[in-house]
Design a protein around this ligand. Structure first.
Ligand code: KG4
Ligand code: ZN
Length: 345
């Protein structure tokens, strides 16, 4: 049986649409279009919800049109419309949901409101042959959690950040060090030539035996370290900038590695037949973090799966893919579907 689904995503600062098709042979992404908003928010040092909402409202129809064109699919050839219904910035989520409702009302096709986190959590199965249960580490600008995916609709959260998300911490670090946004890649580049041991930065919550993490103390410690070396004209020497970036990245890597080791203990106690640790989120692009996790998996007998970066970061193919599972069991929403700023899995 062939099923074709349109997916729409607008929960943060990417307006995205995709067409995904599934048949007996497997799943194919026919198109995946993403309109990023980085330049719109660059001057503000973070995503401004009002600006994001307006940009989503302006772009979402065009984005859907482009996704259908690229896939060479007519709207009438789709079987359902899947849309991120939360969690996220409410103005953006609303733009996507209203667009999807309009399309569903006009075509009579089923409407499926997808949890954005379920989209990320199912992504490893979109590109790899990954069996349930698998362990998922979601590390992005807005999220940080360990999930055990037991099935396509049962995810168990076994820990996560109690304050900032790692991507947010990378972005704030970049601002403190006078580096450009998005901060993650800029900090990684600066750290490459730095000495990670020069500044003593904390590894928060490692004394706790659970999988929870905290990054706000690390940020404060970094601010103090920076102020200890910043010049009277408020500028940093390149060498200081590199050492601070390297110190921060090393602390982040150590925490993620240690907490992932604990999450693996919990997961491996389930005796999965084919153990897998999968990552998603923009921070999963960070090479030192990726190497630390790859290394940890190798010593634990666990396969490490990192989907291609375009599918690790926000996109609509993952929303369409999550929607396909709901379509298969005829689990639909109706036009009363609401946008939810908070929606734990
Ligand atoms: O998943 P994502 O594209 O968007 C959401 O937050 O949903 O993640 C973006 C985050 C940003 O905070 C960015 O600084 C971070 O991922 N990031 C990185 C790297 N590339 C992107 N963090 C560390 N190292 C990187 N190479
Ligand atoms: Zn996301």
């Amino acid at each position: 049986m062939t099923r074709t689904i349109l997916g729409i995503e607008s929960s943060c600062d990417d307006t995205a649409a995709a067409v995904v098709r599934q048949d007996d042979e497997g799943t194919v992404i026919l198109s995946s279009v993403v309109f990023g908003q980085t330049t719109l928010h660059a001057a503000f040092g973070g995503v401004v919800p009002e600006i994001a909402a307006r940009a989503h409202a302006e772009k979402v129809d065009h984005c859907v049109e482009q996704a259908l064109l690229k896939a060479n699919v007519k709207l009438r050839d789709c079987d359902a419309i899947a849309v991120t219904a939360g969690p996220g910035l409410i103005g953006g989520v609303l733009s996507g949901v209203m667009c999807a409702k309009g399309l569903a009302a006009a075509t009579g096709f089923p409407l499926i409101g997808v949890n954005h986190l379920a989209g990320h959590a199912l992504t490893p199965r979109l590109t790899d042959d990954v069996a349930f249960p698998y362990l998922m580490l979601l590390v992005s600008g807005g999220h940080c959690q360990f999930l055990i995916a037991h099935s396509d609709d049962r995810f168990e959260r076994i820990g996560g950040t109690i304050d900032d998300a790692p991507g947010e911490a990378f972005d704030k670090t970049a601002r403190l060090l006078g580096l450009p946004q998005p901060g993650g890649p800029a900090v990684e580049r600066a750290a490459a030539t730095g000495d990670p041991k020069r500044f003593k930065l904390p590894r928060p919550l490692l004394d706790r035996a659970d999988c929870d993490m905290s990054f706000s103390g690390l940020k404060t410690a970094l601010l103090r370290a920076r102020d200890s070396v910043i010049g009277p004209d408020q500028t940093l020497k390149a060498a200081d900038q590199a050492d601070l970036a390297a110190g921060f990245q090393a602390a982040m890597t150590d925490v993620l590695r240690a907490k992932t080791a604990r999450a693996l203990d919990i997961y491996l106690a389930l005796s999965p037949a084919e153990p897998v640790l999968a990552v998603a989120g923009g921070v999963a692009a960070n090479m030192p973090i990726r190497h630390a996790l790859t290394d940890l998996c190798a010593t634990s007998g666990v396969r490490f799966v990192a989907p291609p970066l375009a599918l690790c970061t926000d996109n609509a193919a993952m929303i369409a893919f999550a929607g396909l599972h709901r379509l298969a069991r005829a689990d639909f929403d109706d036009l009363s579907l609401s946008a939810r700023p908070r929606w734990p899995l």
